[in-house]
Every structure is written in C-alpha cells, then in structure tokens.
Unconditional design. Structure first.
Length: 318
C-alpha cells in the first residue's frame, strides 16, 4: 500500500513517526502537488489540503481508494469524479475549533474595546479617552453553524456569560448552545443578536445565504463576523450593511475573492476589519491534522472503513 502526501513542509518528526508506526505502508512525502503528481498513479491513499485536486488528477490516480484532506473546507474538491470512482474522502473537521473560536472572541473584544481606534491614536501619540468602550459580557451571540468550531466558540462565549443561539439546517440541540433554530427561522433570531458569527462551510445551501434583508433584521449595534466561507454573503451586501449602518461593524476573515485585492474598497471602510483568512492558523495545526490521519489509517488498515472518522458524502460535499 502506498500513501502519497502533497502537504508541504511536513516536519521530519512526523515523517519518521509514520514510517515507524506503519512499516507495512510505503510513504511518499512530497513538497506540493507538482512533486506528488508523478506518484498519483501509484497512490492508494492521497493526503492533501484538497485545493490541488482536479478531475484530471483523479483520472490519473487509477489505484486511489481514499483521499485524506487535511482541511475542513471541501468546496474546491472534484466530487463528481470522486463519487463516480467511489473513492473514500475524510477530512480533519474539528481541529480548527480552538484557534477559530479564540479568533472570534478576540476580534469581538477588539471591536467592543475600540482596538482599531486606540492603535491609530497610539501611532499619532494622541491621548484621547473619548472612544466609547463596550463589554461583551451578558450579550447575545448568534452563531451560524453548530459544528465543532461553533460549539467551541459558544463555549468561550458562555464564559463571558453570553447567551448563545445556534442556527443550523436541522436546528438540533448541540453542546454549549442555550437555544438552537433552523436556517429558515433565521429572521426570528437575528433581531436578538448583539454578535453574529458565521462558521459555515461553502455548500449549495449556504452560498449567498445571507441577503440584505438579514442585515436589516440585525440590531444597529450588531457586529457581524464571518470566518467560514466568503461566498456566504456578497461583498456588495456587506458594503451596504456597514455604509447604511444596518450594523455597527463587520469582521471579515474570508472573502469572495482571495487574496483581497490591494485596491478593494473593504480595506478603507472604517466599520470593517479585514484579516487575511488566518482564523484557523495555529502552530499545532499540522500535528493535529496528522494525528487525525493516523487514527483513521489504523482503522483503514484494520479493514473497518465504515468506522473512519469525518467521512465526507461526495454527493453533498460535506
């Protein structure tokens, strides 16, 4: 059995660990897809971030039985070809929970405590105590999505005594949410939100889910934060919401177009905070991702494919 990895900069300690733990498996660790491509035809298992796969590469990988995606985002995967070939797909859903939840809380605190204003004042050596400070404690947070990332965000929010409301396709109760609702009940909960945090994947159901009417339904003091996918809401809708003051502020880590162009108007909006898709970055990301792969590889080698963690349905894309 051959495992081909296209993950760049895998530490030697991780490579050595896998080679020692699985002596019945041949590992080929490559620095990116260009280096990995000659080995695709021999790969039984392919380890990737997902963005480097296309229909042509799936066609080349004639022996491929399982794709391990070291990412949670699956929106660029060629699922039609994967489904035709009946190739297993798993990902590392859940390992982003800690850094992304910390990002969400940190950014909401920065907006509430006027960090941008204070930094500008510091640069100009201005002693001004007039910026209006706020508190996050006791507020209501509506989180779009109720998966692992959202649950950890809700847990941290509850530490600030926030009321947590989750919105998902099913509306099922999940840990750390005081209330949960279905997506079709969104307009019912948005008027109650002080903070709206989006942590949704990109699927047919979520693409451009949020419209102008949703931002109009939010309180004027609300802060919207998107750390899921940029196609949840169009840039024009965001611009309208902050310029017409439907909401107080938008924190954006994901965008329709990435990287965000240098001349994009979002950079200059006073009531927008732009971060370069970094909410999930952590020094522990790669070790955690390969830990998930190791767990699944043990299961796979035991012939228990049905027990693999984080299996993805190619027909749904998640």
């Amino acid at each position: 059995m051959k495992v081909v990895s296209a993950i760049k900069r895998v530490p030697e300690s991780i490579k050595n660990h896998f080679e020692q733990q699985f002596n019945q498996v041949e590992f080929v660790f490559c620095h990116g897809i260009k280096e990995a491509e000659p080995y695709l035809s021999e790969a039984d298992i392919f380890v990737t971030y997902g963005e480097d796969l296309n229909p042509e590469r799936i066609e080349k990988a004639r022996q491929l039985k399982w794709i391990m995606v070291l990412s949670a985002g699956m929106d660029k995967m060629p699922f039609r070809e994967i489904h035709k070939r009946n190739i297993l797909v798993t990902n590392v859903r859940g390992i982003h929970a800690q850094p992304m939840a910390e990002y969400a809380i940190s950014m909401l605190l920065q907006v509430s405590r006027k960090a941008k204003t204070l930094i500008e004042q510091e640069k100009k050596h201005v002693w001004n105590r007039r910026p209006v400070m706020n508190e996050v404690s006791g507020k209501t947070m509506v989180i779009l999505g109720t998966g692992a990332i959202s649950q950890e965000t809700a847990r941290l929010a509850q530490a600030f005594r926030m009321k947590t409301i989750g919105v998902s396709r099913s509306g099922e109760n999940k840990a750390h949410f005081d209330e949960t609702y279905r997506v079709d009940q969104l307009n019912h909960v948005l008027p109650r939100a002080d903070f709206i945090v989006a942590a949704l994947p990109s699927t047919k159901e979520t693409q451009y889910l949020l419209k102008s009417e949703h931002f109009r339904a939010m309180p004027e003091h609300a802060v919207f934060l998107n750390m899921g996918r940029g196609d949840l809401v169009s840039t024009d809708v965001i611009m309208e919401a902050v310029r017409d003051r439907y909401i107080e502020h938008a924190v954006l880590d994901v965008f329709e177009e990435e990287p965000l162009p240098e001349d994009h108007p979002l950079w200059n909006e006073e009531h927008v905070t732009v971060t370069p898709h970094i909410s999930g970055i952590s020094p522990f990301y790669m070790p955690r991702a390969f830990d998930r792969f190791e767990e699944n590889l043990h299961i796979y080698l035991e012939g228990k494919e049905e027990e693999l963690h984080n299996k993805i349905d190619p027909k749904r894309g998640y």
